[in-house]
Design a protein around this ligand. Sequence first.
Ligand SMILES: [Zn+2]
Length: 474
Amino acid sequence: MRPKPVIALAFTLACAFVAAVAGAAEPSQRTPAQVKARELYARVIAMPTSKGNDQVPAMAEYLAGEFRAAGFPAADITVVPFEGEGDRTASLVVRYRGKGKGEKPILLMAHMDVVVAKREDWERDPFTLVEENGYFFGRGTSDDKQGVIAIASTFLRLKAEGFVPRRDLILFFSGDEETAQATTVNIVRQHRDLIDAEFALNADAGGGALDANGKPLYFSLQTAEKTYADFAVTAKNPGGHSSLPRDDNAIYDLAASLLRIREHKFPVTWNDTTLAALKQAGAMTSGELGAALGKFAADPRDAMAIAVISKDPVYTGQIRTTCVATMLTGGHAQNALPQSASANVNCRIFPGVKIEDVRLALQQAAGSGVEVKLTGEPMSSDASPLRPDVTKAVTRAVQAIRPGVPVVPAQSNGATDGLVFRSAGIPTYGVDGNFMKPEDDFAHGLNERLSVRSFYDSLEFWHVLVTELAGRRR
Ligand SMILES: [Zn+2]
């Protein structure tokens, strides 16, 4: 997924940054690297890599062949097959050997799988790359085959330029990010030697925001993701005949506990990233909310600011863990007292907060008449600390394609493969090189698209980013 940078949702002021760069070159003026990237893009869009189609291994093999043809030694290219539930998939790892000056590698990541797309629902064939009216259309054009192609093309272009990085670079493409994320867990747990890195750059998160007129606003450098966790809240009762009602009742007990959960507010929490992001959002938001965001960024204990932000659905999750009831089941017959009633409570947990601590808080709020149990196996991670070298390189890469646009740290409410890397102790930075208007974000939806300019700009973005981080020291 490409979680929306949270401040993209709420700007209300026109911004002063002016787009000063001309759009992508005319087709006839494209460089060989750009032509090659477009060719790869069309080939991988044509592979329906959603779960159950078993096409990810073919995509990994196709890309592996391109790396071999470009001169990467076969021993440095690894396709790791993976058999998941109803999913024969794979991941791809390519090592770009550096001068080996003792620095740990930098990892660049994206995902090869896509969300299901039904031909009959789309205006165009989702598995044919169509260029029309300044956009590329097709499933994965934005999420995340553009990320795959931007990183792969950067490796191919640098190789063709004779570039030797100061330290090893590792490319990692996962094969089931949209569903189980098992290829990423597998690579991190079973093949750590292949992907061990000082830090990772993730093409599937962060990225640039445009306003509705196409004016660039800011670039999100994503350093943290909230943990997704579901809890089952269950009330039990011996039940009986409904003509013999009693005061204790599983449905009433559950309902009462859910009302108490609704009232429970998790403590206000912050980190360097959220303070910086909320400061920027405050500057771009008018009225009471904008003032509150700015005040909170200056003093996260400001009670008035907290009260205003807590009422806003977009921002309340930026200052605390949030939990909300999302599903309900209960009873077994219309004329019977319920023996059980259960609700799903979905939580987005602030980075650094333990899942068990959230469960305990919910249990305490709900009361002893119900049981609160974690479902599934969620993974939690801390925020990645801001690194001056990464921030500086990202800023240069952004300036190369959109001069004057600020880089702002961001924390997502959703999760990507970055979560798995962070939880394995590899700091991860979401740096999707695309700039997008809110109304162009069709990731996961119908008629997914990416602007042609953004596709070519992103190639340049990654080239600058990698040479800044792994080229000769300035
Ligand atoms: Zn994605």
